[in-house]
Ligand binder design. Structure first.
Ligand code: MLT
Length: 264
């Protein structure tokens, strides 16, 4: 499905009943909504599940608006307006987690709950920002394949790498992202704010999920986040890496389903 959101065409999936809770799934970098296939299939009996491609990713236009975590959050709020959704549980993986924090900062009245998956609260370190700069130059010179080559070895736990379809799906998703979308995402990642000071002020119900073997946002970041947010719960997915919702969809869906059921 598609809608024009803040002046640009946004692609999204929207499945499940209209009269129950709503879950909005926000993908990571440099990915798109196809990473949520197992959640769209597994949770659509329980909830209305909406999974957009963020601006500049997948089938969504980049448009003219400067891309930031805040502009992504404004797009999500506008998409919720379009779909007549007043409140939703916002669940984001990694970069999607940064967007979830931005939703809380900018549109708290739309947030029924937050699920922070394989992500962190902190902004980039100076070295991290420098790496984003290098990434921007490399992508401009060599295309999205260069970023895919850099990310691929870090996304999955060793035991998941044996699932050939998983590596293939991620590779195809990453190599097909439009170059200007990847550049915009790297700039937004580089410039994102530090959310660490926000943690004690979050009053929405929060679930934190992390793959035990995540090397991009290791479990200690999730432990610190869950420890810093009043009432937040932490679920660690044994044997999974950074892409826990794809690597172990059963366990992640179970955690999401329990959270949704508790809220409704
Ligand atoms: C992601 O998985 O979304 C990114 O790796 C996040 C990041 O680079 O900070």
């Amino acid at each position: 499905m598609e809608a024009v959101v803040n002046g640009s065409r946004m692609a999204f999936d929207d499945v499940g009943p209209r009269n129950g809770p709503c879950l909005v799934l926000v993908h990571g970098f440099p990915l798109d909504r196809r990473m949520w296939q197992a959640q769209l299939e597994g949770l659509s009996r329980l909830a209305r599940v909406v999974a957009p491609d963020l601006r500049g990713h997948g089938e969504s236009e980049l448009g003219e608006v400067p891309v930031t975590m805040d502009s992504h959050a404004d797009d999500l709020a506008a998409l919720m307006d379009y779909l007549d959704i007043k409140q939703a549980v916002i669940a984001g993986l990694s970069m999607g987690g940064y967007v979830t924090f931005a939703m809380w900062r900018r549109h708290p009245e739309r947030v029924a709950g937050m699920v922070l998956i394989d992500t962190r609260a902190e902004a980039d370190t100076p070295a991290g920002r420098e790496n984003r700069e290098k990434g921007i130059a490399v992508v401009r010179a060599e295309g999205s394949r260069a970023i895919a080559e850099d990310m691929m070895p870090k996304l999955l736990a060793p035991s998941s790498r044996g699932q050939e379809w998983l590596s293939r799906t991620l590779w195809e998703m990453m190599t097909r992202q439009p170059v200007e979308g990847v550049v915009g995402a790297l700039q937004a990642l580089r410039d994102r704010p530090d959310n660490a000071l926000l943690l004690p002020h979050i009053t929405a119900p929060v679930l934190v999920i992390v793959g035990e073997l995540d090397v991009i946002t290791p479990p200690e970041f999730s432990q610190a986040m869950a420890g810093g947010i009043p009432g937040a719960r932490l679920v660690t997915i044994p044997g999974a890496g950074h892409m826990s919702p794809m690597e172990d969809p059963r366990s992640v869906n179970q955690a999401l389903a329990s959270f949704l059921q508790e809220l409704s």
